[in-house]
Design a protein around this ligand. Structure first.
Ligand code: BGP
Length: 466
């Protein structure tokens, strides 16, 4: 089977992880510019000041994407390039930079797929409470509207937020992302609510503009499965799916919180402050979403956790194992499964099973795999970067997409993470994901990896030979 002609083969990146030029041409400072410089916060104190200098090399990078045959490129806009203070004055140099990126893509027929928020919040807003402060909702929607108006003539695919569960949980529970707060459930659920309202309002604005493109939201997709048939463990998997999936998709697609979660949050006194108007915004816009994006890396294998005093907490870098923050379940490393060097399970089958769960709950909503890839330390053989483990990984997952499509799941595109080696939030440059290698010892020179030509071939024959 070939992938259908309207299926997009793409690859992805995010502004903070590639651009650099962190204080150039009027860009404001982001929360990550500040956080990454706090001692001990990132791997080997890496930061995005220069990153891979895509800001100055975007022409070379997009030319390589075109050579690879990429049909679509998912990238994010850095909010503080457009609004250095998060709101107020627009920085025209920021608009110009993204116009250049978009035009460069279109020059080669590459479809731009734009994420508005991939975690780099203007520090000016973080200082006033960031996602806890409801003013950030209005600041975000004003920023979204400016982007729709500036770029919407050429950009027809919009993602509002990338992985709400990750930046809020690491920000307010695990303290591993800005604003580096630990174990504050009240703030965690409030931030989620505010993000979801900002999403729904942006969808409303986008649809009112009648630009005839599509808009949705991306979440990390970690479907939970019980490790066995034990009823306690099945209950644990249900709990995990409610807190990690349904909490993030129900308000978007059904306009309400899953009862299972909201009842428990109310009992624990950590249900967010919501207004009638906000709940109405969620409700009246839920059917306007055109798609949801799935960043799929791994599933969760879960068991009920009865050892509530256990100190073994879930890792901030995503490795399987450890107790969930509310103590209810733990994720388990299983001997018969494969794991990456960073302890992430490799399972293409779980992707297919997970998409079936989504279909059961949300019907035929269009899906894009907005990220999927293997973080590895690529072997260098002679002069070549032989990332065959990556091509095997992507092949398995593209086959899983085919299988899901065969079973009636509405998947319309696949974006490998990442188009080029880039800065990992917490793993520096050591954890590689790209089709293109960046030589940090040689002036950030770009080099095609083995996977580059492999993916080019896959795109050329629309996946027929997989
Ligand atoms: C996702 C993020 C990406 C990217 C990826 C890999 O959660 O959306 O920005 O970082 O994970 O993560 P890591 O670099 O931690 O392996």
């Amino acid at each position: 089977m070939k992938f259908p002609n309207d299926f997009l083969f793409g690859a992805a990146s995010a502004a903070y992880q590639i651009e650099g030029a962190y204080n150039k041409d009027g860009k404001g400072i982001s929360n990550w510019d500040v956080f990454s410089k706090m001692p001990g916060k990132t791997f080997e104190a890496t930061n995005g000041d220069v990153a891979i200098d895509h800001y100055h090399r975007y022409k070379e990078d997009i030319k390589l994407m075109a050579e690879m045959g990429l049909e679509s490129y998912r990238f994010s806009i850095s909010w503080c390039r457009i609004f250095p203070n998060g709101q107020g004055e627009v920085n025209q140099a920021g608009i110009k930079f993204y116009n250049n990126i978009i035009d460069e893509c279109l020059k080669y027929g590459i479809v731009p797929f734009v994420t508005l928020y991939h975690w780099d919040l203007p520090e000016a807003l973080e200082l006033y409470g960031g996602w806890i402060n409801k003013n950030t909702i209005d600041a975000f929607t004003a920023y979204a509207e400016i982007c729709f108006k500036a770029f919407g003539d050429r950009v027809k695919h919009w993602i509002t937020f990338n992985e709400t569960v990750v930046f809020t949980k690491l920000g307010y529970i695990q303290g591993a992302h800005p604003p580096a707060i630990e174990n504050d459930q009240k703030k965690y659920f409030q931030a989620i609510h505010n993000v979801l309202v900002a999403h729904a309002k942006s969808v409303e604005i986008y649809k009112e503009l009648k630009q005839y493109g599509e808009i949705g939201i991306t979440n990390v997709f970690t479907p939970a499965f019980s490790i066995d048939d034990n009823l306690d463990n099945i209950d644990a998997a249900n709990h995990a799916n409610n807190y990690e999936l349904y909490l993030f998709y129900d308000p978007v697609l059904k306009g309400e919180y899953p009862e299972y979660v909201s009842n428990q949050l109310k009992e624990r006194g950590v249900f967010p402050e919501t207004t009638e108007e906000e709940m109405d915004i969620l409700k009246r816009n839920c059917e306007k979403n055109d798609f949801i994006g799935l960043n799929y890396y791994q599933p969760m294998r879960v068991a009920r956790n009865f050892d509530v005093d256990s100190k073994e907490k879930a890792s901030a870098t995503g490795a399987a194992g450890g107790a969930y923050f509310d103590g209810y379940f733990k994720t388990v490393v299983l001997l018969d499964k494969k794991y990456t060097k960073w302890g992430w399970e490799i399972s293409a089958e779980a992707f297919v099973e997970g998409t079936k769960m989504l279909k059961e709950r949300y019907g035929d909503i269009k899906l894009y795999v907005t990220e999927n890839g293997l973080g590895d330390i690529d072997p260098i053989v002679g002069e070549e970067i032989m990332d065959t483990a990556r091509t095997e990984f992507i092949e398995e997952h593209l086959k899983a997409c085919k299988e899901a499509i065969r079973q009636g799941i509405n998947i319309k595109g696949y974006y490998a993470w990442s188009v080029i080696d880039l800065l990992s939030w917490l793993n520096g440059y050591k954890k590689q994901y790209g089709f293109i290698y960046v030589d940090h010892d040689n002036n950030l020179a770009r080099k095609k990896k083995y996977s580059f030509n492999w993916y080019k071939g896959v795109i050329e024959n629309r996946g027929e030979n997989l």
